[in-house]
Design a protein around this ligand. Structure first.
Ligand SMILES: [Zn+2]
Ligand SMILES: [Zn+2]
Length: 201
């Protein structure tokens, strides 16, 4: 009897062209898996899409003097073209920009909020006095405290691969204007992951 196989593939940020690492690491393995199950006569649904939100998109847009929506649409189109040329056989490759995606993610957020699984808390975040805005972690650059590489980002050092937060960077600077950020309190939503501990472990 045929089985139903759902393959949920990682959603790439639409902030630049795909490179070989994307194909070899994230897209070729599920495609092989999907083709195997289709050949076996199983009912396969392989789904992914362009992540059109988040700081990677806004950084790229500011660098190129374009709107975030233009960047996201441009690279989504390139992704579709790449899948076709590589023969990656998605059953659906959508985007986070659809009305359906907005509705489903808002529904998940509100359900969690109403059930008390989302709470507010204050964290210290980098703020650029020159740009007059809070800076997401990728908007802060500086020297890596682990390997001393000068080009580390507030979320990770690409040189040594260590994840970090912006407060750890030596000589932190704003990626937009190179000013030194200050640290200020700002309020955020958090998921009460501890409530799911027993079910997850
Ligand atoms: Zn490093
Ligand atoms: Zn700045």
């Amino acid at each position: 009897m045929s089985e139903r196989i759902f393959i949920a593939v990682a959603w790439p940020y639409a902030d630049g062209p795909l490179h070989l690492g994307h194909i070899a690491g994230a897209y070729l393995p599920p495609d092989i898996f999907a083709r195997y199950h289709r050949t076996k006569g199983n009912e396969v649904l392989m789904v992914s899409g362009s992540d059109q939100h988040g700081t990677p998109i806004t950084i790229k847009a500011e660098q190129e003097g374009k709107k975030p929506g233009e960047i996201a649409a441009q690279y989504h189109q390139q992704f579709l073209d790449s899948w076709q040329r590589f023969g990656i056989s998605f059953d659906l490759f959508t985007t986070t920009g659809t009305a359906n995606h907005a509705q489903v993610s808002q529904d998940i957020f509100l359900t969690l909020l109403n059930k008390g699984y989302i709470y507010k808390s204050t964290v210290s975040q980098p703020y650029c006095p020159h740009c007059q805005r809070f800076l997401p972690d990728r908007y802060v650059e500086g020297t890596c405290p682990y390997c001393q590489s000068p080009g580390a980002r507030g979320d990770q050092c690409d040189e040594c691969g260590k994840p970090m937060n912006p407060a750890e960077l030596l000589d932190p600077r704003c990626r937009l204007c190179a000013a030194t950020p200050q640290f200020k309190d700002s309020e955020h939503f958090f998921l009460r992951l501890s409530a799911f501990r027993d079910r997850l472990l």
